[in-house]
Each structure stands twice: as structure tokens, then as C-alpha cells.
Design a protein around this ligand. Sequence first.
Ligand SMILES: *Cc1c(COP(=O)(O)O)cnc(C)c1O
Length: 401
Amino acid sequence: MTKQNFHTNYPDNNGFFGQYGGQFIPPQLKPAMDEVLKAYEDAKNDPSFQKEYEDLLKNFVGRPSPLYFAKNLTKILGGAKVYLKREDLNHTGAHKINHTLGEALLAKRMGKKKLLAETGAGQHGVALATAAALMGLECEIHMGAIDIAKQHPNVIRMKLLGAKVVSVESGGRCLKDAVDSAFGAYMQDYKTTFFGIGSVVGPHPYPMMVRDFQSVVGREAKKQIMEHEGRLPDYLIACVGGGSNAIGLFNEFLNDPEVKMIGVEPAGKSFKPGEHAATMTLGKPGTLHGMFTYLLQNDKGEPLSVHSIASGLDYPGVGPIHPDLKELGRVQYETINDVEAIDAFKRLSRIEGIIPALESSHAIAHAIKLAPALKESEIIIVNLSGRGDKDIDYIAERFPI
Ligand SMILES: *Cc1c(COP(=O)(O)O)cnc(C)c1O
């Protein structure tokens, strides 16, 4: 592995993590991205912004989230100690609130009136609508008509929180069409609107900014494991959709070579095109949503359709930091399929009394495979990125409980 300090000039001044990232956008959007970058750099160096953000994380989100020693699971697996970073206990039930609050605070500082975004299953839409309500901003969420029908409770939540939900009737009426629609609306309106991206994806500065907001997860985890064990963990494990909860946990440990890191992607139903979303494992370099990254694509470079039982992992791209960390050999990427994720979902519920999100269940499933092969003295931290309440109807309708 190349010796690299990941905390200085990473990404570089043009937003590249190695060769990935950058700003691949229409020229008319360049001033808008420059404005966001400048405002973010100002805010990052302003103690009053940082103080307000930290106060919200503490008193609105409920941070720090506990680092919980899963002793029942550890005993049954019979190997390494498994700790869970409990992002499921955050207000709104997942890690996404960490960065939507940061984005909303920045939007307000920039004098913007509205937060705009797309959402797939609605998790990001709910987290952004929550931050908008708190900050007194308008919120507009674009969502495919098919997803609106499938994810009714999240649509109701967004509306209760005061957001306008725009039903997207074009194309396949799913996430990709919602992205195109939200992007179109932003182009019309970027002077008064802030685009609230849902992961470490998109053009510079979004991957860097969302990483910074999420890195509180790893900072807390490092302090907490030192309190519990007096040493750093041997492994960190997190699921990867766009990659925000994973880099949120990993970032603080990147310069600690003794800590191994594993990102877990969805292998879905099979490795046939259209039946998985294992971008880090099977994707190739390409351009999507304003960034150069790995992409599941056809011969023409168009994104392929994807599948995972966890809708939050259902994305044909990935944040540009991940291909770089893979090529540097710093993070290893593995896959877990739908069946293994459902098994982990049920086992954690039964064994620990914690119902995990189906996304997080991919990370749990990998820990279940890995722990028995390790020594009892070794330590694994799994990022439990969200709670599974949103998934119970889906599971109950399809599988015997
Ligand atoms: C959205 C979501 C994810 C996937 O997003 P990342 O940016 O890869 O973290 C994972 N877990 C939960 C609970 C989510 O809601």
C-alpha cells in the first residue's frame, strides 16, 4: 500500500481522490458549484458554524450514538468481538441526518430559501425534509411515480414535515428519472436553491463535504473503542450504496494501518446484469451524476439497471473516494446477497433485540461470516447505519417470520 496521509489535500483542489471525482457538469452549473465550495470552505473554518452543527448533532440527533458490544452475537459466532456503532438510534433512524443537517445549515448560511433533492425509497427525502423543517427552509423532493406508490409511509412523512413531493412521470419513473428531474429543476433555480445530495456522490465539493459531515461517526467510534478496549479495532465493516456511512466510519482510521476496512456491496439475486448493485466489484470507470467513478454500465457507458433487496444500496455508481481507496489497497470490498442479508436481519433481531435496516444487514452478514475465523482477542466494529422499522412490512409479506 502506498503510504499516504489521507487527511491533507484529499481530495486535491479539483476534487479528485486519486483519479476519481472531479466536476463533470454543464458549464452553466460551474458557478453554482463554485459558490457551494467557497461557502463550505468558509463554514468549515468558522467556529460558530461548527459549534451550531455540533449542538444540533448532540441535542437534535442525540449524538454521540453508542458503540455497543454485541455480546450475544459474539458468543454465538465464537470468534472476534463484535461491536455495533448504533447509527440506528439517531433521530429519523439512520446516519443520513448527519449530513442533511450540515447541508441545511450551509444552505441557510448561503441565504438559500429552498432545499431540493431526489429520493429513491424516500429515506434521504425524509432526512432532508426534517432538516429543512428545523431550519425554516422550503423543501422540494423529486420522486419516481412508482417509488411514490411503493413507499407511501415516507411520502406521508415528507408531507407532514412540510416538503413538496414532485411525482416524476418520465422514463422508468424510478430513482434515475427522479435524479434527472431534480437536476433539471435545480438548473432553473440554483440562485435561490441548494441541492441536498444524499451520499458522498455528485460533483466536487459534494463527496468531500458529505464525507466531512459523516466523519463524526468514526471520530466517536475511535474514542469509544479506546474507552472499551484500550486499543484500535482490527476490522471496520460497513455497507456501501453511495458510500457515505462507510466513509463516515472509515475516515478517522485511514491513517491507522493496523485497522483493516471492508465495504460490503449488494450481490442482490445474482451477478447477472440488472440483478445486483455490486459497483465496486463489477463496475468500470465512467462518468455519472457529475463525477468520474466506478459504474455498472453497458457498452455505451450508460448506467445499467440495478437490484438489491435494500433500496438504499440500489445505485449503479459509488462515491469517487471508494475506487481510489480500493486501488490503493486501503479498503477491501466484498459482496453479500439478498438471502444472506435477510438471514442477518432476522438473526440480529432475535439474538440482540435490534432490528437492523436491510442496508445495514449486509454489513452484519459479512461480520457473521468473518468473526468465527478470527481470534477471540480480535475486534470488529460494524456500522449499524439504520434501523429496520421501514423494512418490516416488506419482510413480513415475503418471508416466513
Ligand atoms: C441510504 C442508506 C444507506 C446507503 O447509503 P450510503 O451513502 O452508502 O451510506 C445505508 N444504510 C441506510 C440505513 C440507509 O438509509
